[in-house]
Design a protein around this ligand. Structure first.
Ligand SMILES: *[C@@H]1O[C@H](CO)[C@@H](O)[C@H](O)[C@H]1NC(C)=O
Ligand SMILES: *[C@@H]1O[C@H](CO)[C@@H](O)[C@H](O)[C@H]1NC(C)=O
Ligand SMILES: *[C@@H]1O[C@H](CO)[C@@H](O)[C@H](O)[C@H]1NC(C)=O
Ligand SMILES: *[C@@H]1O[C@H](CO)[C@@H](O)[C@H](O)[C@H]1NC(C)=O
Ligand SMILES: *[C@@H]1O[C@H](CO)[C@@H](O)[C@H](O)[C@H]1NC(C)=O
Ligand SMILES: *[C@@H]1O[C@H](CO)[C@@H](O)[C@H](O)[C@H]1NC(C)=O
Ligand SMILES: *[C@@H]1O[C@H](CO)[C@@H](O)[C@H](O)[C@H]1NC(C)=O
Ligand SMILES: *[C@@H]1O[C@H](CO)[C@@H](O)[C@H](O)[C@H]1NC(C)=O
Ligand SMILES: *[C@@H]1O[C@H](CO)[C@@H](O)[C@H](O)[C@H]1NC(C)=O
Ligand SMILES: *[C@@H]1O[C@H](CO)[C@@H](O)[C@H](O)[C@H]1NC(C)=O
Length: 498
């Protein structure tokens, strides 16, 4: 279908020129972008994330976990370069049907192009994780090929690259080996020992051939926090980019930080597989700030600033000097209170901003100013909290505590968390309040068998913040049935009076 003669294209063209020319002047250092996820009970509205966080902080690269229309619409016209994502759960369907892949491309890409600057489509999200076993592995390449065909049909294949974000589980670290008889403490990550997991070698070979054929980069996710937790022999200095770090000697190469060693482990793996020249993008890297020991804002700040400064220096790695990853996506932009916590309670606290768009620490992203700018137009629910009523007999409180936490987000209460220090029954109040906010402060969500009490005095203590939820598109104003009854009855009595 040709529509090139229609005048309606003119505004699009003007718009494109305008947005492209503005990008160069305000580009964040060395291709640093952010992951923006929306697994939240009360996400900040997408328009506010774009206008209130991305724009003032000059963030021009964003990677999404899926293709939520509200997010894509908010990013349209912003000039931000976008990676849209296809969740693992869709891989099987997309690999078995070219038609399904073509409609995915139509619905989630073509429809928004070119106002939305889509750069990559991420097919799957770490589909080769060890814990997934064979669940997604057979469908990754087929889905990627069908999406590629969809792009060709939509005449977008020269503008948009298909990528497959992989976790570091695809290559072997000697210290990652789960060998209970071996001695973990003497295991050291030697980049020259990297290679793809043997059981993945056919899959990886096919995938790498596909990516190379279409000029796509290899996307790797790096998780320094988990490695730090799991390997006691990784020093703080080494992982946190400290200049005091002792060097790791690997043949002729010397490594001063975990990041470079991880990249070069991948480079070795790619070389051994015959794809040593592939470009690399880091799809996800960060440090959480709550929910675990060592998950603190202060360590996170040290890590993130070390990372950004290192990327800005453009020094590259020993195996690829002066050639840093093409792009690096910080994990993550915002906290998300509905992320799965199977790997740990810290999973809900990866943001450099809190769920409501407030910077957790100062970070110089190399974008001009030295500090992050907070979201300003945040529309909160009322200044109300739910706490436990101390004046009652609390001998039965633990059941309601458990109930609240099974629904609400109690991850800040876990050991090392920001609220782990508040004593009983403060921690019960924390759980009650979180439940209450998640239920849009409905009166009946602060009942807890009569033990709950709504207050207008902020119960936060020190580092432990009792949040008030933001009003968001997914939390429309909900009127409890009881309240409706009152409204109807008062309306009736008013009518009768007049
Ligand atoms: C577009 O993406 C959304 C979100 O990932 C998904 O729910 C929807 O099914 C996609 N459209 C098609 C036609 O697959
Ligand atoms: C390592 O092995 C132990 C015991 O066999 C098992 O419980 C644990 O889940 C394994 N860990 C990983 C990451 O595979
Ligand atoms: C586990 O480690 C021990 C000691 O390093 C080694 O002898 C053994 O071969 C390893 N087992 C496996 C399955 O890799
Ligand atoms: C593991 O390493 C420690 C420290 O080097 C050493 O003392 C210990 O004997 C080792 N254990 C095994 C089973 O090799
Ligand atoms: C810990 O790693 C360092 C290199 O970073 C190494 O020199 C040392 O031998 C390792 N310690 C143990 C106990 O394996
Ligand atoms: C995969 O790698 C392993 C270990 O290097 C090797 O033994 C095996 O033959 C390889 N398989 C294929 C199909 O290349
Ligand atoms: C991590 O936590 C442990 C235990 O609290 C502490 O000893 C260590 O210094 C912490 N690491 C950093 C980098 O702060
Ligand atoms: C964004 O870029 C502009 C122009 O380069 C600069 O004046 C401004 O301070 C930057 N904002 C931040 C938060 O760095
Ligand atoms: C606590 O629960 C038990 C069993 O449900 C009940 O019999 C008892 O009256 C309750 N106590 C209080 C103070 O509510
Ligand atoms: C709540 O605090 C009490 C007292 O500090 C503690 O014993 C209990 O384990 C805490 N519960 C949770 C879930 O944090």
């Amino acid at each position: 279908m040709r529509s090139g003669h229609r005048p309606v294209l003119l505004p699009h063209l003007l718009f494109l020129l305008a947005s492209w020319s503005s990008i160069g002047s305000r580009h964040v250092a060395s291709g640093v972008g952010v992951n923006w996820g929306t697994s939240s009970s009360h996400p900040l509205p997408a328009a506010e994330v774009v206008a209130g966080i991305l724009r003032p902080n000059n963030i021009t690269l964003v990677k999404l976990a899926d293709a939520e229309p509200a997010v894509l619409e908010a990013l349209s016209g912003s000039g931000v370069g976008v990676t849209v994502g296809i969740p693992n759960g869709m891989l099987r369907a997309l690999s078995s049907s070219k038609k399904a892949a073509a409609s995915w491309v139509h619905d989630n890409v073509t429809r928004y192009f070119p106002a939305l600057r889509i750069e990559h489509i991420a097919v799957g999200d770490e589909p080769f994780l060890l814990s997934y076993g064979q669940q997604f592995q057979p469908f990754v390449l087929g889905a990627a090929m069908n999406i590629q065909l969809g792009l060709v049909a939509a005449k977008l294949a020269n503008k948009i690259k298909v990528i497959v974000p992989c976790s570091s589980h695809v290559y072997q670290f000697n210290y990652m080996d789960n060998n209970s008889t071996g001695n973990r403490s003497d295991a050291v990550l030697l980049p020259s020992k990297g290679s793809f997991r043997p059981e993945l070698n056919i899959t990886m070979h096919e995938l790498l051939s596909f990516l190379t054929k279409h000029g796509s980069p290899f996307v790797i996710d790096i998780d320094p926090f988990l490695s730090f937790q799991q390997n006691k022999n990784i020093s703080n200095d080494y992982i946190l980019f400290s200049s005091k770090s002792r060097q790791l000697t690997d043949g002729r190469n010397k490594y001063k930080n975990f990041f470079d060693a991880s990249i070069d482990t991948l480079v070795t793996s790619l070389s051994k597989a015959g794809f040593g020249d592939m470009e690399i993008i880091v799809g996800r890297i960060g440090w959480p700030t709550d929910g675990a020991i060592n998950a603190t804002s202060s360590i996170a700040r040290t890590f993130m600033q070390g990372l950004v400064d290192h990327l800005q220096s453009k020094s590259g790695t020993p195996q690829r000097p002066k050639k840093p990853p093409l792009e690096t996506y910080i994990f993550s932009l915002l906290d998300e209170d509905q992320r799965a916590i199977t790997t740990g309670d810290f999973e809900r606290h990866w943001g450099i901003f809190t769920f409501d768009g407030q910077a957790k620490y100062n970070l110089d992203l190399g974008q001009g100013s030295k500090e992050l700018v907070n979201a300003r137009n945040v529309d909160y629910l009322a200044s109300k909290w739910c706490v436990v009523n101390n004046n009652l007999d609390l001998s039965n409180v633990s059941a309601s505590f458990r109930d609240a936490c099974s629904n609400a987000d109690c991850t800040a209460l876990s050991p090392g968390g920001s609220c782990s220090g508040i004593s009983w029954p403060g921690n019960v109040s924390y759980a009650y309040n979180n439940y209450f906010q998640q239920h849009d402060q409905r009166g009946d969500s602060c009942d807890f068998g009569g033990l709950g009490l709504i207050t207008t005095v902020d119960p936060s203590v020190g580092e432990c913040r009792f949040a008030v939820a933001v009003r968001s598109s997914s939390s429309p104003f909900v009127v409890a049935p009881a309240l409706w009854w009152t409204i109807v009855m008062s309306a009736c009595s008013l009518l009768r009076l007049t």
